[in-house]
Design a protein around this ligand. Structure first.
Ligand SMILES: C[S@@+](CC[C@H](N)C(=O)[O-])C[C@H]1O[C@@H](n2cnc3c(N)ncnc32)[C@H](O)[C@@H]1O
Length: 284
């Protein structure tokens, strides 16, 4: 295969933006080669631009999904950064439970892990819920876990992790209580799996058909988007929270301070979290 040309770079960056909203430019040439070279070869393409044409023509079943899987970065771990999980245990969940108790659905909780990668985030949320709600099995809880990467969602849905993956953040007492040991891996317990629903979803597409959520985790994904896509995403997430409540958790280095007064920053257990400000209805 010939080396990467400016035409290849333009074609790939345009495709990655169109498929996932992920912003790549010529500075990401090393990623283009490391992530896509094998697909170029396997699909008998003479160069990267030819691979892009094949993907856009949509003539090879599964090729689009393979590109999405290859260009996304699925790095994740259990209880990532710890503080958001402390904040839901000690602040957000108790408040949601209080607020729900005043409604006709006192035992309903809806949570969205919006970019769930291989499942460590939604299952960590489920475990945190089970930690603080003694009769959790009698609650109507749903953790919607979505990601654009079909292979990540498939792995998340299986809920089986190698010892190496478990070693990245899972402590022994939660491992004992919430996993079942298999030959050389660990499977998330059915109690936690039953709370979760998995789906492939692009966050830059409209959130059609989704419920309102009490808590949203949207962590370490918007960092890959352009400023405009990031602004639109957080605007739509504000509308997806169950007004006037709702909690949004972002990544530890992600601040929403540049997004005007749509979000109120909160500090609980040292985590970055936000509550939406109500938008005044504009008079016609
Ligand atoms: C670095 S991981 C973060 C996973 C998890 N939220 C965490 O903080 O550990 C980023 C995830 O965002 C997903 N992603 C990238 N672009 C996306 C998009 N447009 N819509 C939905 N998910 C996307 C990737 O597939 C990847 O699994």
């Amino acid at each position: 295969m010939s080396s990467l040309t400016p035409e290849d770079v333009d074609a790939v960056c345009g495709l990655v933006d169109d498929l996932c909203g992920i912003y790549w430019d010529e500075e990401k040439s090393y990623l283009i080669e490391s992530r896509l070279a094998s697909l170029v070869e396997e699909n008998n393409c003479e160069n990267y631009a030819a691979l892009v044409r094949k993907v856009r023509a949509d003539v090879v079943p599964g090729l689009k999904d393979s590109v999405v899987d290859a260009v996304t970065t699925n790095e994740t771990l259990w209880f990532r950064d710890n503080s958001p999980f402390e904040a839901i245990r000690h602040k957000a969940i108790p408040e949601v439970i209080d607020e729900r108790s005043q409604t006709i659905f006192p035992k309903k909780i809806r949570i969205w892990s919006a970019a769930c990668s291989t499942g460590q985030e939604p299952y960590s949320i489920g475990i945190a819920l089970a930690d603080v709600i003694p009769d959790v099995d009698s609650w109507d809880i749903q953790i919607l876990a979505t990601d654009i990467s079909p292979s990540a969602v498939e792995k998340a849905s299986r809920g089986v992790y190698s010892k190496l993956e478990i070693g990245r953040g899972m402590d022994t007492s939660h491992l004992r209580d919430y996993f079942v040991e298999q030959e050389d891996s660990w499977k998330i317990h059915d109690r936690i799996r039953a709370m979760c629903k998995f789906d492939v979803r692009n966050l830059l597409k409209p959130f059609s058909g989704l419920d309102k959520f009490d808590i949203i985790f949207c962590r370490n994904v918007a960092i890959y988007f352009t400023g405009e896509d990031r602004r639109s995403l957080f605007e739509r997430l504000a509308d997806s929270l169950a007004a006037p409540y709702g909690w949004l958790f972002t990544g530890s280095s992600e601040s929403l301070s540049d997004l005007g007064d749509r979000w109120s920053p909160q500090q609980h257990c040292r985590s970055n979290c936000y509550r939406p400000n109500l938008v005044e209805a504009t008079m016609a």
